[in-house]
Design a protein around this ligand. Structure first.
Ligand SMILES: *Cc1c(COP(=O)(O)O)cnc(C)c1O
Length: 365
C-alpha cells in the first residue's frame, strides 16, 4: 500500500454506494422516496456524488455551510436544510438552500421577505411535534399555522414532516405515522392544496417500515445513518445485506511501554475536571495514540483488535494493548459509530482517504 497520512478516516465509497442502492430499492418498494442526509459526513461532496448517482434527488444537511460545500462542488440535487433556519442566517439560506424544515412563523416570514428580495421561491416543510420533543409545532396548531404560511409570498409549503428518536428516543410507530398522515389529509382538504411530501422520519423508521404494509400518506424519509453505517437507529441493529464498515478510523502509536495500570501519587482532577478511577490489572502494555477528544468522540470508537481504550485527553488516547505487540509507528484501526464519524469528518486534523472498490485499494485525498 502507498504511504497514507495519519490519523485518517478511510471512506469506502463502493460500500456506501451499495447501501444507498439497497435502501432506495427497499423503501421504494412501498412508495417511499429517500432524501440522502449528509450531516454525518460534513457534507462530503465525494459521498454526495455517490448518493445522487444512485438516484437521490434531495440531499439534506443540518448546516448551510455543508450544503454550500456540495453545491459549490457541482453536485446537482435539491438541497434541504434539515433544521429551522436561524434568524441570523436567513439570507444565506435563501441563497444556497432550496428547501428548509420549519417550525417558527417568524422565521418563515423572514424567509418570505428575503425570497421576494432575491426573486426566488423557497420551499418549506412544516415540522410537526409528535412526541420526541425536539422541533415541530403541536399538531392542534397545524391548521392555523398553515393558514398563515399560505399568506406568505416567496415561500411555498411543500409538505409536512416529523422527527423521531433524536432527542426523546421516541419510536416512530404505526400510530404516529397515521397521525401525521391524517394531518396531511386534513390540511389538504381544509385549504384545497396538495402536499407533495409527507416526510415520516429518519433511520429510526426502519422497523415501522418493515412491519407495516400500508405506508398511508408517508412518501418520504430522510436517511443518513442507515446509508453510512448500515444500521437502523432504534436499537442500532444491522440492516440485512448492508455494509456496516464503510468507515474505518486509523491512528498511530506514539508511545508503547509496560507501565502500571493505576495512576500513582496524590489524585486530584484530570483534564475533564473529574477524578477518574482505574481497575488494578498489574503491569500492562500501555500504548498512546496521537489523537484525543479534540479530534474524535472517543466513546464512539471500537478497536478492531482485542485491545481496550482506557481514556483520553485532548490529543492523546491511552490504551491497554493486552496481548497485542503494538509498537511505536504501528497503525491501530477502529470501527466508528455515528458520533465518532461526525467528529472525524468535521476535524481538520483527520485526513480523509476515499476508497472506491470493495477490495482494499485507496487514493489519497
Ligand atoms: C439528522 C436528521 C435526519 C437523519 O437522521 P438519520 O438517523 O441519520 O437517518 C433526518 N431528519 C432530521 C430532521 C435530522 O436532523
Amino acid at each position: 500500500m502507498t504511504h497514507s497520512e495519519l490519523p485518517r478516516i478511510e471512506i469506502n465509497l463502493a460500500k456506501i454506494s451499495h447501501n444507498a442502492e439497497m435502501l432506495l430499492k427497499l423503501y421504494g418498494s412501498k412508495g417511499i422516496e429517500l432524501m440522502g442526509v449528509t450531516k454525518g459526513v460534513c457534507g462530503s461532496p465525494e459521498i454526495a456524488k455517490v448518493l445522487v448517482g444512485k438516484g437521490m434527488q434531495m440531499l439534506g444537511d443540518s448546516k448551510v455551510k455543508n450544503l454550500k460545500r456540495m453545491h459549490d462542488a457541482g453536485i446537482h440535487a435539491e438541497f434541504v436544510l434539515l433544521r429551522s433556519p436561524a434568524l441570523s442566517e436567513i439570507a444565506k439560506v435563501i441563497q444556497t438552500v432550496d428547501v428548509s424544515l420549519n417550525s417558527e412563523l417568524i422565521v418563515m416570514k423572514q424567509l418570505s421577505e428575503m425570497a421576494l428580495k432575491h426573486h426566488v421561491l423557497h420551499k418549506v416543510i412544516l415540522m410537526i411535534e409528535l412526541g420526541d420533543l425536539r422541533e415541530g409545532i403541536l399538531p392542534e396548531k397545524a391548521v392555523d399555522v398553515v393558514r398563515e404560511i399560505l399568506q406568505l409570498r416567496g415561500i411555498r409549503l411543500v409538505g409536512i414532516g416529523a422527527n423521531f428518536a433524536c432527542f426523546g428516543g421516541v419510536k416512530p410507530t404505526e400510530d404516529k405515522m397515521n397521525q401525521l398522515s391524517l394531518l396531511a389529509t386534513q390540511i389538504e382538504s381544509e385549504f384545497n392544496i396538495t402536499l407533495p411530501y409527507v416526510s415520516g422520519g429518519n433511520s429510526a423508521n426502519y422497523s415501522w417500515f418493515i412491519k407495516t404494509e400500508h405506508m398511508n400518506r408517508i412518501n418520504n424519509l430522510r436517511i443518513g445513518e442507515s446509508i453510512l453505517l448500515g444500521r437502523e437507529t432504534l436499537y442500532r441493529e444491522a440492516i440485512p445485506n448492508l455494509f456496516t464498515d464503510a468507515f474505518t478510523f486509523v491512528a498511530e502509536v506514539i508511545e508503547s511501554k509496560m507501565k502500571p495500570s493505576v495512576p500513582y501519587g496524590e489524585i486530584a482532577q484530570n483534564v475533564l475536571g473529574i477524578s477518574p478511577e482505574f481497575e488494578e490489572r498489574g503491569e500492562i502494555r500501555r500504548i498512546i495514540l496521537g489523537v484525543g477528544f479534540q479530534d474524535v468522540l472517543i466513546s464512539g470508537l471500537t478497536p478492531k483488535l482485542n485491545i481496550e481504550i482506557l481514556g483520553s485527553s485532548s490529543d492523546h488516547t491511552v490504551m491497554d494493548a493486552k496481548q497485542e505487540n503494538l509498537r511505536v509507528g504501528d497503525e491501530v484501526s477502529f470501527s466508528v459509530n455515528y458520533g465518532a464519524l461526525l467528529t472525524l469528518m468535521t476535524s481538520e486534523n483527520i485526513s480523509k482517504k476515499y476508497i472506491n472498490m470493495l477490495t482494499p485499494h485507496a487514493v489519497d485525498k
